[in-house]
Design a protein around this ligand. Structure first.
Ligand SMILES: Cc1cc2nc3c(=O)[nH]c(=O)nc-3n(C[C@H](O)[C@H](O)[C@H](O)COP(=O)(O)O)c2cc1C
Length: 191
């Protein structure tokens, strides 16, 4: 069912193997279904500034403890604007799919250190499990990822890809954010 107020929402993502793009488009579908106007943009392809949107969601994935530099640049360029409107950050990685508590803590620290470093204060932050895309990696990446997977007790059959994303959690995150932005003081700007 559509909600009464339609918001203009921008989703900007950084991706290396495509999972964060897939998650972004899934969120787009959830938000559109609720009657919002949604634009999805790749951070590396000149995404629009946040200024003409009611809310912004930014997603990025972790590779060797870092997010995509295009996302870092986008946030650095628009920190002030981002801090003026309701915004959310979702971090995609494999550590949060691990049974090891320490891995979760490490992923959380990468995210909080990053947000502190760029000076952006999103209203909502979440961790989303990504994917192991063995078939898309080159020889070296496959070797490294297989080694890490082995250490963490994950599958080492490199003939297939494995998706750990909890789509219900992604749906809840997008839906809750949509509710949250309507109660934000800036929500009165929307028509
Ligand atoms: C070379 C490489 C390095 C990675 N480094 C990390 C890491 O440091 N921590 C982690 O939790 N996940 C790591 N991952 C897992 C990715 O975050 C995961 O595969 C994610 O789904 C990638 O999202 P993307 O397809 O949007 O780039 C790494 C993956 C690759 C291929």
């Amino acid at each position: 069912m559509h909600e009464k107020t339609s918001m203009k929402i921008l989703i900007v993502y950084g991706t290396t193997e495509g999972q964060t793009r897939k998650i972004s488009h899934f969120m787009e579908a959830i938000l559109k279904d609720r009657g919002h106007e949604v634009t999805v943009a790749d951070a590396s392809e000149t995404p629009p500034p946040p200024t003409s949107y009611d809310a912004v969601i930014i997603g990025a994935s972790i590779h060797i403890h870092k997010y995509q530099s295009a996302v870092v640049h986008y946030i650095n360029r628009h920190t002030e604007a981002l801090n003026k409107i309701p915004s959310a950050f979702f971090s995609v990685c494999l550590a949060v799919a691990s049974d090891m508590e320490e891995e979760h803590r490490e992923a959380g620290k990468i995210t909080s250190d990053f947000l502190e470093h760029v000076g952006w204060k999103p209203l909502r932050v979440t961790q989303i499990a990504g994917a192991l895309k063995y078939t898309q990696y080159d020889f070296f990446k496959r070797l490294v990822m297989r080694m890490i997977a082995k250490r963490e007790g994950r599958t080492t059959d490199t003939s297939k890809d494995y998706e750990y994303t909890d789509w219900n959690a992604v749906r809840d995150f997008a839906a809750e954010f949509a509710v949250k932005i309507k109660t934000h003081p800036t929500a009165t700007r929307a028509t």
